[in-house]
Design a protein around this ligand. Structure first.
Ligand code: DLZ
Length: 157
Protein backbone atom coordinates (compact mmCIF):
# COMPACT_ATOMS: atom_id res chain seq x y z
CA UNK A 1 0.00 0.00 0.00
CA UNK A 2 1.23 3.52 -0.75
CA UNK A 3 2.34 5.51 2.27
CA UNK A 4 -0.01 8.12 3.65
CA UNK A 5 2.53 10.84 2.78
CA UNK A 6 3.01 10.06 -0.89
CA UNK A 7 0.66 11.60 -3.44
CA UNK A 8 0.45 9.17 -6.35
CA UNK A 9 -0.31 11.88 -8.92
CA UNK A 10 2.69 14.09 -8.18
CA UNK A 11 5.71 13.83 -10.46
CA UNK A 12 8.25 15.99 -12.22
CA UNK A 13 6.61 16.67 -15.59
CA UNK A 14 9.89 17.83 -17.20
CA UNK A 15 11.44 14.38 -16.87
CA UNK A 16 8.76 12.38 -18.71
CA UNK A 17 9.57 11.18 -22.25
CA UNK A 18 7.23 11.99 -25.12
CA UNK A 19 4.74 9.13 -25.58
CA UNK A 20 3.37 10.07 -28.99
CA UNK A 21 4.99 7.08 -30.73
CA UNK A 22 4.23 4.60 -27.97
CA UNK A 23 1.53 1.95 -27.80
CA UNK A 24 0.06 0.80 -24.49
CA UNK A 25 -2.10 -2.10 -23.31
CA UNK A 26 -4.15 -1.74 -20.13
CA UNK A 27 -5.85 -4.66 -18.37
CA UNK A 28 -8.50 -3.67 -15.81
CA UNK A 29 -10.25 -5.86 -13.23
CA UNK A 30 -14.03 -5.48 -12.89
CA UNK A 31 -14.09 -6.25 -9.16
CA UNK A 32 -14.47 -2.98 -7.21
CA UNK A 33 -15.25 -1.32 -10.53
CA UNK A 34 -15.89 2.15 -9.08
CA UNK A 35 -12.26 2.13 -7.99
CA UNK A 36 -10.75 0.40 -11.03
CA UNK A 37 -12.63 2.63 -13.50
CA UNK A 38 -11.22 5.66 -11.67
CA UNK A 39 -7.73 4.14 -11.95
CA UNK A 40 -8.34 3.60 -15.67
CA UNK A 41 -9.48 7.21 -16.15
CA UNK A 42 -6.32 8.42 -14.45
CA UNK A 43 -4.04 6.17 -16.51
CA UNK A 44 -5.61 7.06 -19.88
CA UNK A 45 -5.74 10.79 -19.12
CA UNK A 46 -2.10 10.84 -18.06
CA UNK A 47 -0.90 8.81 -21.06
CA UNK A 48 -2.72 11.19 -23.39
CA UNK A 49 -1.38 14.21 -21.52
CA UNK A 50 2.10 13.03 -22.44
CA UNK A 51 1.30 12.53 -26.10
CA UNK A 52 -0.08 9.00 -26.41
CA UNK A 53 -2.76 8.78 -29.11
CA UNK A 54 -6.16 7.36 -28.06
CA UNK A 55 -5.93 4.73 -30.82
CA UNK A 56 -2.64 3.54 -29.31
CA UNK A 57 -4.16 2.83 -25.90
CA UNK A 58 -5.91 -0.55 -25.86
CA UNK A 59 -8.05 -1.46 -22.84
CA UNK A 60 -9.26 -4.96 -21.93
CA UNK A 61 -11.41 -5.89 -18.93
CA UNK A 62 -11.05 -9.08 -16.87
CA UNK A 63 -13.42 -10.32 -14.13
CA UNK A 64 -11.12 -9.98 -11.12
CA UNK A 65 -7.58 -9.15 -10.12
CA UNK A 66 -6.48 -12.77 -10.32
CA UNK A 67 -7.24 -12.70 -14.07
CA UNK A 68 -4.90 -9.72 -14.53
CA UNK A 69 -2.05 -12.22 -14.89
CA UNK A 70 -3.64 -13.98 -17.85
CA UNK A 71 -4.77 -10.66 -19.35
CA UNK A 72 -1.28 -9.18 -19.09
CA UNK A 73 0.22 -12.33 -20.61
CA UNK A 74 -2.11 -12.09 -23.61
CA UNK A 75 -1.28 -8.42 -24.07
CA UNK A 76 2.44 -9.13 -23.91
CA UNK A 77 2.03 -11.64 -26.76
CA UNK A 78 0.50 -8.91 -28.92
CA UNK A 79 3.42 -6.57 -28.43
CA UNK A 80 3.04 -3.16 -26.82
CA UNK A 81 5.66 -0.76 -25.57
CA UNK A 82 4.31 -1.33 -22.06
CA UNK A 83 1.35 -3.03 -20.38
CA UNK A 84 -0.41 -1.71 -17.26
CA UNK A 85 -2.51 -3.85 -14.94
CA UNK A 86 -5.16 -2.15 -12.76
CA UNK A 87 -7.04 -3.83 -9.94
CA UNK A 88 -8.19 -3.35 -6.37
CA UNK A 89 -8.30 -5.88 -3.55
CA UNK A 90 -9.79 -4.74 -0.23
CA UNK A 91 -8.74 -6.73 2.83
CA UNK A 92 -11.92 -6.27 4.83
CA UNK A 93 -14.09 -7.47 1.94
CA UNK A 94 -11.91 -10.28 0.65
CA UNK A 95 -11.55 -13.45 2.76
CA UNK A 96 -8.57 -14.71 0.74
CA UNK A 97 -6.98 -11.25 0.37
CA UNK A 98 -3.42 -12.51 0.93
CA UNK A 99 -3.72 -15.29 -1.64
CA UNK A 100 -5.06 -13.01 -4.36
CA UNK A 101 -2.49 -10.27 -3.68
CA UNK A 102 0.41 -12.72 -3.58
CA UNK A 103 -0.81 -14.57 -6.65
CA UNK A 104 -1.10 -11.41 -8.73
CA UNK A 105 2.19 -10.03 -7.45
CA UNK A 106 4.16 -13.22 -8.21
CA UNK A 107 2.38 -13.68 -11.54
CA UNK A 108 3.17 -10.19 -12.74
CA UNK A 109 6.72 -10.33 -11.38
CA UNK A 110 7.25 -13.59 -13.27
CA UNK A 111 5.91 -12.07 -16.49
CA UNK A 112 8.25 -9.12 -16.07
CA UNK A 113 11.26 -11.44 -16.00
CA UNK A 114 10.13 -13.66 -18.87
CA UNK A 115 8.73 -11.21 -21.41
CA UNK A 116 10.26 -8.48 -23.52
CA UNK A 117 7.69 -5.89 -22.48
CA UNK A 118 7.52 -4.11 -19.12
CA UNK A 119 4.36 -4.68 -17.11
CA UNK A 120 3.39 -1.96 -14.65
CA UNK A 121 1.82 -3.08 -11.39
CA UNK A 122 -1.31 -1.07 -10.60
CA UNK A 123 -2.90 -3.27 -7.97
CA UNK A 124 -4.34 -1.37 -5.02
CA UNK A 125 -4.22 -3.56 -1.90
CA UNK A 126 -5.96 -1.69 0.88
CA UNK A 127 -7.44 -2.35 4.31
CA UNK A 128 -10.76 -0.70 3.48
CA UNK A 129 -12.77 1.06 0.79
CA UNK A 130 -11.79 4.55 1.99
CA UNK A 131 -8.09 3.81 1.50
CA UNK A 132 -8.88 2.65 -2.04
CA UNK A 133 -10.87 5.85 -2.74
CA UNK A 134 -7.99 7.94 -1.38
CA UNK A 135 -5.68 6.34 -3.97
CA UNK A 136 -7.97 6.36 -7.01
CA UNK A 137 -8.46 10.10 -7.41
CA UNK A 138 -8.87 11.07 -3.74
CA UNK A 139 -6.61 12.83 -1.27
CA UNK A 140 -3.57 10.67 -2.11
CA UNK A 141 -3.89 11.10 -5.87
CA UNK A 142 -4.50 8.36 -8.39
CA UNK A 143 -2.48 5.17 -8.74
CA UNK A 144 -3.55 5.15 -12.41
CA UNK A 145 -1.61 8.39 -13.00
CA UNK A 146 1.47 6.89 -11.39
CA UNK A 147 1.19 3.72 -13.50
CA UNK A 148 0.89 5.76 -16.70
CA UNK A 149 4.08 7.67 -15.88
CA UNK A 150 5.89 4.45 -15.00
CA UNK A 151 4.70 2.85 -18.25
CA UNK A 152 6.07 5.74 -20.33
CA UNK A 153 9.40 5.65 -18.49
CA UNK A 154 9.72 1.87 -18.85
CA UNK A 155 8.70 1.94 -22.50
CA UNK A 156 11.67 4.28 -23.02
CA UNK A 157 13.99 2.14 -20.86
C1 DLZ B 1 -13.16 -13.61 -5.34
C2 DLZ B 1 -12.65 -12.22 -5.18
C3 DLZ B 1 -12.74 -11.56 -3.95
C4 DLZ B 1 -13.35 -12.22 -2.74
N1 DLZ B 1 -12.32 -10.30 -3.80
C5 DLZ B 1 -11.77 -9.65 -4.87
C6 DLZ B 1 -11.29 -8.33 -4.74
O1 DLZ B 1 -11.38 -7.67 -3.70
N2 DLZ B 1 -10.74 -7.75 -5.84
C7 DLZ B 1 -10.61 -8.40 -7.03
O2 DLZ B 1 -10.09 -7.80 -7.99
N3 DLZ B 1 -11.06 -9.66 -7.17
C8 DLZ B 1 -11.64 -10.30 -6.14
N4 DLZ B 1 -12.11 -11.57 -6.27
C9 DLZ B 1 -12.09 -12.19 -7.62
C10 DLZ B 1 -10.75 -12.89 -7.97
O3 DLZ B 1 -9.75 -11.94 -8.29
C11 DLZ B 1 -10.98 -13.80 -9.21
O4 DLZ B 1 -11.63 -13.04 -10.21
C12 DLZ B 1 -11.82 -15.03 -8.91
O5 DLZ B 1 -11.29 -15.74 -7.82
C13 DLZ B 1 -11.91 -15.96 -10.13
O6 DLZ B 1 -10.61 -16.41 -10.51
Amino acid sequence: MATALHNLSKYNKESIPDASNMCFGIVVAEWNSDITNALLDGAVTTLEKHGALPENIHVKKVPGSFELIYGAHQMVLHGYDAVIILGCVIRGETPHFDYICQGVTYGIAHLNTTSEIPIIYGLLTTNDLQQAKDRSGGKLGNKGDECAIDAIKMAKF
